[in-house]
Design a protein around this ligand. Structure first.
Ligand code: BTN
Length: 260
């Protein structure tokens, strides 16, 4: 697979200018941890693994991994300002959403960066920023995308999530090539990154809102220490969620929608 991926990247101008190096592993604890521990980090290094033993999700959850059936990918993105960093999760979710849709599965985005198919979760993204004094800052974008998982594969994990999981296999009733999805995902990620740099934040927000799942719905958001209920009104230009609760508008920079 590695040779096919390399030649795909070499033959696509967007991929060629974004990706520096691709690492393919059979097994690892977590592709995000592996990327984080690389001595020399560079924009556009990516790490793919067929299996993770200690996959990590948002809010300290586990990301249960099944060998050889799904995508476990981390992409290193360099950033030099906080504003750019706050758009990386939005850009990543657009890339995953576009990828899933290109395989004839209608998906949309649950704020900030879950990908849903009929309210079931097909993909999750974990962005981890690293600040090193006097050195470049990097964000590790970790993408878990369920490709060929069956109902049985999900049995171990369904209890842990308040959202029902799904996979491309469950939606299409056929096996999909991991390599083909991975190529498309790498391309979409490079394209959306290019679009952020070229067209600016607003173009990303505009696209993001088109595919936003919760707009106008009554939702509950966990802020860690409390839960806020209200109507999902808007996504602001800075990527924050706005909900209307008891006639007041509340702007949320980070949290988890637990009911929608
Ligand atoms: C979530 O929805 O909670 C985010 C899940 C992110 C999982 C991916 S799989 C590849 C990368 N490596 C990890 O350990 N986690 C991310």
């Amino acid at each position: 697979m590695i040779e096919n991926l390399k030649s795909f990247i070499d033959n696509n101008s967007y991929c060629k200018s974004f990706y520096q190096h691709i690492i393919v592993l059979n097994q690892v604890d977590s592709t995000n941890s592996y990327a984080k521990n690389l001595n020399e980090k560079k924009n556009g290094i990516c790490v793919f693994s067929f299996m993770q033993n200690k996959g990590r999700g948002r809010n300290n959850r586990e990301w249960h991994s099944v060998s050889g059936k799904n995508i476990y990918l981390s992409i290193i993105v360099e950033f030099d300002n906080q504003n750019f960093l706050s758009f990386i999760p939005l850009v990543s979710s657009l890339a995953v959403r576009n990828t899933v849709n290109s395989f004839n599965i209608k998906s949309n985005i649950k704020w900030p960066n879950d990908i849903l198919v009929n309210n079931k979760k097909i993909s999750g993204i974990l962005c981890e920023a690293e600040y090193v004094m006097d050195k470049k800052n990097f964000c590790i974008v970790g993408i878990g995308l369920n490709i060929n998982n069956t109902i049985e594969d999900f049995q171990l994990e369904t209890k842990k999530y308040n959202i029902t999981p799904t996979s491309m296999f469950l939606e299409l009733s056929e096996i999909t090539s991991i390599e083909e999805v991975l190529k498309k995902l790498l391309l979409e990620f490079a394209l959306e990154m290019e679009s952020l740099k070229k067209n600016g934040y607003q173009s990303i927000i505009k696209k993001y809102k088109n595919f936003w799942n919760e707009r106008g719905k009554e939702i509950e958001v966990s802020l860690g220490n409390r839960i806020v209920r209200g109507i999902a009104e808007d996504i602001k230009d800075n990527g924050h969620l706005v909900i209307k609760s008891e006639n007041k508008f509340i702007e949320i920079s980070s949290g988890e929608i637990i009911s929608f």
